[in-house]
Design a protein around this ligand. Structure first.
Ligand SMILES: Cc1ncc(COP(=O)(O)O)c(C=O)c1O
Ligand SMILES: N[C@@H](CCOP(=O)(O)O)C(=O)O
Length: 419
């Protein structure tokens, strides 16, 4: 578990003046965060991570939502709708049928735009304001675009979103559209869209707010802080495992960083760090492949397909951050079929928890790992459900039952019910 340590503050003059700096996970160099707009290391191109001159502790948190955790964030407050404070549902029937000691569902679909992306955007848009940019952009399988459009609108900034044509759920496009984003549909998958947005950002045409942006992940880190606080309050200990759907691998990276900071601050013992367990759809599983083959980075999958369009991603940009997190915490990664995802979506719905297909992948993955004996019966598990059912109304309708036509009278309804 030595990988859980964080290095000390940099000596270089000016780099840590704001109490926050950007650290390259490849070459180890540190960079001032707000002098120039950088997303990756200017020296080697490696992924950057925000670092602070302080570590978070549970007694240092105050207030509500994402900004409750501002000692672990680059600013005290930001453009808010507000986000965070999502429920940690108990699902007794599902717990029983999967067969674990405790099962809680952290439902990120209850954020303002219906997904966890809001946590990242409240911080990312605050940073954009600090940098003085006027156009925000993202590539998206849908949820990032909805969140960017809403937070951009709130901040009074222009937003541009690039979507894979024909592969984004209706609810998400409607959100981006109504919140005023300029929407470009690209004849290519999400990864191609992200390549283009990176190109625009490199040319200074837009500020990139995908999870390649290290500040997005700072906001998403608060999912882990909320889970650990709430689980400990309810159960007197931290969960053994957190199971989550994986697309661009931002959340996996963010949760790993959350754990490392709490370990460094002394509030989380290394042996209590939850096992990060990633779930991908069979048709888009480069992270699973990398874990199974012991790779340091993923191989890009050019052809990806799944009903869970939110995680229809073949080139997870955060893999170099997320793969060490899965390994260092003793977790794993597993792929699930589309039919397994739909079954899990129904299972959650039967407990009153409405999620989009990608979200249900976490529960489908847990069931599979429990059946295979990878997850033990005495484990305390939290599954992350990342987006709301209404994000993808077509998938929800297809997974549910059809409405039954009936004549316009009480008698006809009674007769129909008796059939
Ligand atoms: C609903 C939903 N779940 C899961 C994911 C995957 O999250 P990440 O990209 O952080 O792995 C995404 C987006 O990628 C998403 O929109
Ligand atoms: N599911 C995502 C894909 C983009 O991920 P990001 O976290 O890098 O923005 C989406 O909703 O677009």
């Amino acid at each position: 578990m030595a990988d859980l340590a964080l290095p000390d503050a940099p000596d270089a003059p000016g780099v840590a003046d704001d109490g926050v700096w950007l650290h390259c996970i490849e070459c180890g160099r540190d960079h001032a965060p707000f002098d120039d707009i950088i997303y990756t290391c200017p020296d080697c191109g490696g992924l950057l991570e925000a670092r602070y001159d302080r570590y978070p502790t549970f007694d240092g948190f105050d207030g509500r939502g994402v900004w409750r955790y501002n000692v672990a964030l680059p600013f005290e407050a930001g453009v808010t709708l507000p986000e965070g404070d999502t429920p940690l549902h108990r699902v007794p029937r599902l717990r029983e049928s999967i067969g674990v000691r405790n099962l809680r569902i952290k439902h990120e679909g209850m954020n303002p735009t219906g997904s966890f992306k809001d946590r990242g955007m409240t911080v990312g848009v605050r940073v954009a304001e600090e940098l003085g940019v006027d156009r925000l952009a993202c590539a998206s399988t849908g949820n990032t675009s909805a969140a960017l459009a809403a937070y951009g609108a709130r901040a009074g900034l222009q937003t541009l979103v690039l979507l894979p044509a024909g592969k984004v759920a209706a609810g998400k496009i409607a959100q981006a559209s109504l919140h005023g984003a300029r929407i470009l549909e690209v004849d290519g998958n999400f990864d191609a869209c992200l390549d283009i947005v990176q190109g625009l950002a490199d040319r200074g045409e837009a500020y990139l707010l995908n999870s390649l942006n290290p500040f997005r992940l700072e906001g998403q880190k608060t999912i882990g802080l909320e889970i650990l606080e709430a689980f400990r309050d309810d159960h007197g200990r931290f969960p053994d495992r957190i199971v989550l759907p994986v697309g661009n691998a931002g959340n996996t990276a963010a949760l790993y960083k959350c754990f490392r900071e709490l370990v460094a601050g002394g509030d989380l013992a290394e042996e209590d760090v939850p096992k990060l367990t990633g779930v991908q759809a069979e048709g888009a599983a480069p992270m699973v492949e990398a874990i199974e083959e012991g790779l340091e980075d993923t191989r890009r999958w050019e052809h990806v397909e799944t009903i869970a369009t939110a995680i229809r991603i073949g080139n997870p940009v955060n893999a170099p951050k997320a793969l060490p997190g899965i390994r260092a915490t003793g977790g794993t990664a597993v792929s699930v079929s589309d039919s397994g995802i739909t079954a899990a979506q129904r299972d959650l719905a039967e407990e009153g928890v409405g999620v989009e297909p990608a979200s249900a992948a976490s529960v489908a993955g847990l069931r599979k790992l429990r059946e295979e004996g990878v997850v033990d019966a005495d484990e305390d598990v939290v599954c992350l459900t990342t987006g709301h059912l209404l994000k993808d109304p077509d998938a929800a309708a297809a997974a549910g039952s059809d409405p039954e036509p009936v004549a316009n009278s009480t008698e006809a309804v009674l007769e129909h019910l008796a059939e």
